[in-house]
Design a protein around this ligand. Structure first.
Ligand code: GAR
Length: 357
């Protein structure tokens, strides 16, 4: 019996050309695509499945180790060409694999003359390499650009792996109960590179909250902690569970964003001076719930939001940053709160970006 490595050994360009001619004689079509496929992820698999659907068989041209190094730098590839070829050939969508040493697939296209050329959607037909494009045109190959699968890339995977190793990035644990708009703002700041951090865990007392849903969709471990029967309290078992999740996720800083229970020991001591809360008023004014409504009722012409450290006394820890928001004539609590949140979405990521580990 051949080993897997033998069964999945790459073909030579001439063998792939023979496959193409055989298909051609049967009125069938060979799809060709190429790439490094260094760390295979779901985005690759979906792309390859879609590409395969364009014809009757598919060949994947894999960049050799040498050409991956030229294209992506000296730290790549992560997996050797033999391993990459073996994994690739084992996929359902892939009928043949060929390894090529040039940076471009031009000469391979000339040899194989595929019926269809598929490429991932960060390209347009016009942005294809001109030599490859000319070879495709000469071979009468149809060019098909397929949409990219959002949120999946080898670079992002590599970044996640190195960041999780420490490398200076802040590990954030978030607690929330509601809408999660501030969580979204933190995630956006991370994605934009404005905040060198990762959200390591999201915890909520509300199982079906938007907050947890947003975390889950962003690939953050999202955990519901059952606070016990009384909705206004958060019992000792739940308090302990919160601390355990934060420790397990090795967070550097805990962020409360609309977390509507009172956080107590053991978390307060374990993370002393490392827990922040965002509150929709200019503290020390309007502590507690319904702060925007309290500002309107007090006739304030100006309110805002505060990011502060959390201590046992509610909304009384050291203030780290504030932003003001005018109270406008005819403001309702909802309208005012929405404008306050706009400021929170900037302020909170800024405070975290300046946080020293
Ligand atoms: C935020 O406005 C935050 O300031 C407030 O809850 C909202 C959560 O919004 N927190 C408090 O009132 C705490 N006393 P979000 O879930 O959309 O981020």
């Amino acid at each position: 019996m051949p080993t897997d490595a033998e069964a999945y050994a790459p073909m030579t360009p001439a063998e792939v050309r023979a496959l193409r001619d055989q298909l051609d004689a049967q009125g069938k079509k060979l799809v060709f695509t190429n790439g490094c496929f260094d760390l295979l992820h779901a985005g690759h698999v979906r792309y390859l499945n879609e590409a395969r659907e364009l014809g009757d068989a598919m060949v994947v041209a894999l960049n050799s180790d040498e050409s991956v190094r030229e294209l992506k730098g000296p730290t790549r590839p992560i997996n050797s060409e033999n391993d990459r070829a073996e994994v690739m050939a084992a996929l359902r969508a892939v009928d043949a694999v060929v390894v090529f040493g040039d940076k471009r697939a031009t000469s391979l296209i000339e040899t194989i003359q595929p019926h269809i050329y598929a490429k991932g959607g960060d390209y347009t037909v016009d942005s294809l390499n001109p030599e490859e494009r000319a070879a495709l045109d000469a071979a009468g190959t149809a060019i098909r650009i397929l949409p990219l699968v959002p949120g999946r890339s080898t670079t992002a995977t590599v970044q996640r792996m190195t960041h999780d190793g420490g490398a200076g990035r802040l590990r954030i644990g978030v607690l929330g109960s509601g809408e999660g708009s501030n969580l979204r703002a933190i995630l956006a700041a991370i994605t934009a590179g404005a905040l060198q951090a990762d959200i390591s865990v999201a915890l909520s007392d509300q199982a079906d909250s938007k907050f947890l849903q947003i975390a889950r969709e962003a690939g953050v471990p999202a955990i519901h902690v059952d606070g016990g029967a009384n909705p206004r309290r958060f019992d000792d078992a739940a308090q302990k569970e919160i601390a355990e999740h934060l420790q397990r996720a090795q967070v550097d800083v805990v962020v409360l964003i609309g977390f509507m229970r009172i956080l107590k020991e053991p978390t307060l001591s374990l993370y002393a001076d490392r827990i922040v809360n965002v509150h929709p008023s200019l503290l020390p004014k309007h502590k507690g719930a319904n702060a925007p409504q309290l500002a309107i009722e007090a006739g304030d012409t100006e309110t805002g939001c505060t990011v502060h450290l959390v201590t046992a006394e509610i909304d009384a820890g050291r203030i780290l940053a504030q932003a003001t928001v005018p109270v406008l004539p005819g403001d309702t609590s909802e309208k005012l709160h929405a404008r306050i949140k706009d400021q929170e979405h900037k302020l909170l990521p800024q405070v975290l970006a300046e946080w020293k580990k």
